[in-house]
Design a protein around this ligand. Structure first.
Ligand SMILES: *Cc1c(COP(=O)(O)O)cnc(C)c1O
Length: 380
């Protein structure tokens, strides 16, 4: 084991590890608590789809539930089965809806029903079960992705018998532009939601995810559904959410090399050293989730890493397992074997995304299982 000294408490990393994600469960719990305080008196769920945004549902779900989360959202039935095992005391909603009713009935998970056909299926499953099975109904309010549109809701309201066969526990919708507080789309979607939910049975209501809950409290309704912010993500400009970073990623420097001016680095020779440079080859590439779009060439910036706290540019192409970085500005302490920061105190998830032409969400959920996952927990 080696000590990895970072902005977080020192983490024990296996000596053979070439790449590591430090996941601070104490901070994830604190983030959930801060968001729950923010939305009070509404309740606060936790969105743990995609293996808890790539951080490991197996550890993240129990931590969030221990902190007080009572409602979980996942995308797929398989994710729901895992969540139900890890947290049988929590209510789990499946955002992808209903594809095999018996599977969800068997694991006691709740579908988010987004079509009339799915509501029919859940009503039939309820009849077979001999009780009204609980579910969420999703309303389309302007995202045009999943959910019942106005016509569907009116048809549904005109045939109350169908809804009486199921338990409508939650009515929800999802915002398109919540990361832009000035967007008129937010109020328009809320108005559409307010026009539709009264046509359905009285239930918990929810429209806000991480960014939505930072808008006016009118967006909180009864339940907020943050995912990204729990993990320290800050999609809104100005880092407005009351959360702290909870994820750091490090990869080991494998080799150092002096290159002379005029030499090229990497596949396709896209980068030519403008003068003598020290180049570090680091054990992370696109198979690890370092996007190939973070490659650079002369005149076109790519991604950065930090070595010994100094921000250094990726030079040339990102390969499958490796990146090459200009560490000329670093001290002699930067040597083979030392860990370079890919995400951490010097580089946010948002910046990594921006530099690769994407968003922090995709950065987080693309971090591969090849990284060792090291979890930081409170000393007990
Ligand atoms: C993913 C998702 C969320 C969570 O969104 P964040 O921006 O990560 O907070 C909430 N609701 C729905 C419907 C989602 O698909």
């Amino acid at each position: 084991m080696v000590e990895l000294s970072t902005g977080l408490p020192p983490a024990k990393v296996p000596a053979h590890a070439t790449g590591v994600i430090l996941i601070d469960l104490v901070r994830i719990r604190a983030n959930w608590r801060a968001l729950a305080e923010r939305v009070k008196p509404a309740a606060c769920a936790a969105v743990v789809k995609a293996d808890a945004y790539g951080l490991g549902a197996e550890r993240v779900i129990p931590a969030l539930v221990a902190e007080g989360a009572r409602t979980l959202f996942v995308a797929t039935p398989d994710e729901a089965a895992q969540a139900r095992k890890l947290a049988p005391q929590a209510t789990t909603y499946v955002l992808d809806g209903l594809w095999a009713a018996e599977f969800l009935v068997g694991i006691d998970a709740r579908p988010v029903l987004s079509t009339l056909a799915q509501i029919e299926q859940w009503a039939s499953a309820s009849d077979r079960a001999g009780r009204r099975l609980p579910a969420a109904i999703q309303l389309e309010s302007g995202l045009n992705r999943l959910g019942l549109d106005e016509g569907d809701v009116k048809r549904l309201a005109a045939s109350p018998g169908l809804l009486q066969r199921i338990e409508v526990a939650l009515v929800m919708s999802h915002l398109a532009c919540a990361d832009d507080a000035a967007s008129p789309k937010n109020a328009a979607q809320r108005a559409q939601f307010d026009a539709l939910w009264p046509l359905l049975p009285r239930a918990q209501r929810s429209i806000a995810a991480s960014d939505g809950l930072m808008l006016d409290p009118a967006f909180h309704y009864d339940l907020a559904r943050p995912g990204y912010a729990l993990y320290g993500g800050q999609a809104m400009p100005g880092a407005a959410a009351p959360v702290v970073p909870a994820v750091q990623v490090y990869a080991r420097i494998l080799q150092m090399r002096e290159v002379a001016g005029g030499q090229t680095v990497g596949y396709a020779a896209t980068w030519t050293a403008p003068g003598p440079r020290r180049i570090a080859t680091i054990a992370a590439g696109y198979a690890d989730g370092v996007f190939r779009a973070a490659s650079s060439s002369n005149g076109r910036d790519g991604g950065i890493i930090a070595a010994d706290g100094v921000r250094c540019p990726i030079v040339g192409r990102v390969s499958m397992d490796l990146i090459t970085v200009d560490v000329t500005a670093c001290t002699a302490a930067v040597q083979p074997g030392s860990f370079a920061e890919l995400i951490g105190p010097n580089i946010t998830i948002e910046e990594v995304g921006r530099r690769a032409g994407t968003i922090g969400y995709e950065v987080l959920t693309s971090l591969s299982r090849r990284f060792h996952r090291v979890y930081l927990e409170a000393e007990s």
